[in-house]
Ligand binder design. Structure first.
Ligand SMILES: C[C@](O)(CO)[C@H](O)COP(=O)(O)OP(=O)(O)OC[C@H]1O[C@@H](n2ccc(N)nc2=O)[C@H](O)[C@@H]1O
Ligand SMILES: Nc1ncnc2c1ncn2[C@@H]1O[C@H](COP(=O)(O)OP(=O)(O)OP(=O)(O)O)[C@@H](O)[C@H]1O
Length: 292
């Protein structure tokens, strides 16, 4: 196999509690991750030299900082397939559909798709656990995209327990602001002391009780996000995903989602998508063992 085209889906945090802060400044979370049937598309074409090329460039992101390029370099370094006799390179084309800094995990998902694609194309034979551990070096959200199952996550998001959640339709609204994750986690007023709960209790309480501890802080720092939350709440209970800027609500049927989408005003972007428990990336790859 010399080329692959694969999705890099979005995620939602259907619940997000901040339960503490570690000595290194990172926050301890409890969150429910679910994937959406919507995201970026990446095309990979194997090269015979060791170059890594990505097109088109992302506005405001230097090539060496792009999580796709960083993931490819990390794999080259980890497996010694650069500067050695066994050279492996890649041409990558990115069809970017997810907003940057949207709380949908787009960059992390791009990195995970790259790790899995190159593991196949370069025939590295690394396990999902190994790839998830590598991915964690790139970002807290990368492991769940590598593992590919909706999950209850703890730690900084890397301790994952697979869960089966309901799969409603979601309307996701992006109020055209970019939220810097670090600005939210660094805010003095952020609540960091939610008592940890068990996964069973979180699942039993269900959607009505699910909330995102970042929401009050993001509302204060980014009034456009507060406006989007208030607008969407008129149709169905609205929540923030990650540290924003995207907000979402859930409905039972696609036509309800379409009806809400038609009302979205100018200046905001929005889409509808179904939630899913097996990542579209893993659905596309098929049983992973056969490809690794
Ligand atoms: C908020 C979530 O989207 C929930 O899924 C993620 O935890 C964020 O994950 P991410 O975007 O992959 O975040 P990273 O790139 O690892 O971290 C960006 C910055 O956010 C802060 N950060 C992130 C994750 C975390 N658990 N605690 C933090 O304090 C750190 O200041 C870090 O420098
Ligand atoms: N391939 C990439 N796609 C998107 N962002 C990237 C990529 N590579 C690097 N970045 C950088 O990462 C930042 C965060 O991007 P991302 O889209 O993952 O944010 P997010 O949706 O808020 O993620 P999260 O929910 O994990 O916080 C961007 O603002 C950008 O500077």
């Amino acid at each position: 196999m010399s080329e692959l085209t694969l999705p890099a889906p979005a995620k939602l945090n259907r619940l997000l509690h901040i339960t503490g802060r570690r000595a290194d400044g990172y926050h301890e979370l409890q969150t429910l991750f679910q994937f959406l049937e919507h995201g970026d598309i990446l095309h990979f074409q194997r090269r015979d030299d060791d170059r890594i090329r990505l097109t088109p460039a992302l506005d405001g992101v230097a090539e060496r900082d792009n999580l796709i390029v960083r993931a490819a370099r990390l794999l080259q370094d980890e497996t010694g397939c650069r500067h050695g006799g066994d050279r492996r390179g890649i041409d990558i084309t990115l069809d970017k559909r997810l907003p940057l800094g949207g709380g949908l995990g787009g960059g992390s998902s791009n990195a995970a798709t790259t790790l899995l694609a190159l593991n196949c194309l370069w025939q590295l034979g690394l396990s999902l656990d190994h790839l998830a551990a590598l991915g964690l070096r790139l970002g807290a959200d990368v492991p769940v995209f590598v593992q590919g199952h909706a999950a209850w996550a703890e730690g900084i998001g890397e301790r994952l327990t697979p869960v089966a959640l309901d799969s409603p339709w979601f309307v996701v609204v992006h109020p055209n602001v970019t939220v810097a994750t670090a600005s939210v986690f660094g805010a003095a007023q952020l609540t960091r002391d939610t008592p940890p709960i068990s996964m069973a209790r979180a699942l039993q309480e269900g959607f009505d009780a699910w909330r995102n501890d970042c929401e009050p802080t993001v509302r204060r720092l980014y009034p456009a996000v507060a406006e989007a939350l208030d607008w969407l709440s008129e149709f169905a209970p609205a929540r923030l995903t990650g540290t924003g800027a995207c907000v979402f609500c859930q409905v039972a049927h696609e036509h309800e989602a379409s009806r809400i989408l038609q009302r979205v005003g100018e200046g905001w972007q929005a889409f509808k998508a179904r939630g899913c428990n097996v990542s579209p990336l893993h659905q596309a790859l098929g049983p992973y063992d056969q490809l690794a």
